[in-house]
Design a protein around this ligand. Structure first.
Ligand code: AMP
Ligand code: ZN
Length: 149
């Protein structure tokens, strides 16, 4: 199996929830979603990050796949977020280029006073159905995606 997670997913060696794929791109659900709709648009070719990219047409193709998915799901008017992390200080944890597509929705911040410092976590409450008392709590504290206020 490839040492790169996204190469393994692209080749089918590793399973994932695939939303779309063609000869050059694959779109999967993020295994650790920070909002109820969080998918990754991944080129099948192993390109480590923006820093190794030479053909910037790849970015335009990833963006156009993202917007097509948004339109197909009826999310265009509500709004969405496209995030591309690069390198350690850019919050990139998987070293294979990928574009995050997610809906932010409203999320709540809770601050915890730990004595020496104040920590925080962000969460989003997803109501399962209108008037339902059943909720899923999504942890949205990933600072690479939700910068601190
Ligand atoms: P980044 O921090 O921008 O490199 O994002 C990497 C993303 O890949 C994270 O949001 C992870 O949750 C996600 N991820 C890691 N492994 C997998 C996997 N096997 N299947 C789907 N998503 C994954
Ligand atoms: Zn790879």
């Amino acid at each position: 199996m490839s040492e790169c997670i996204f190469c393994s997913i692209a080749s089918g060696e590793m399973s994932s929830e695939i939303l779309y794929q063609d000869a050059r791109y694959i779109v999967i659900k993020d295994v650790n979603p920070v909002s109820p709709f969080h998918v990754l648009i991944i080129p099948k070719e192993h390109i480590e990050s923006m820093n190794e990219l030479t053909d910037f047409g790849v970015i335009s193709e990833m963006m156009s796949i993202a917007v097509r998915i948004v339109r197909e799901n009826g999310y265009a008017e509500e709004g969405y977020r496209l995030v591309l992390n690069t390198g350690q200080e850019g919050g990139q944890s998987v070293l294979h280029l990928h574009l995050h597509l997610l809906k932010i929705l409203s999320h709540f911040l809770a601050f915890i006073n730990l004595g020496s410092h104040t920590d925080y976590f962000a969460f989003y409450l997803h109501q399962h159905a209108q008037n339902s008392s059943s909720y899923t709590i999504y942890n949205t504290s990933n600072p690479s995606i939700f910068p601190l206020p």
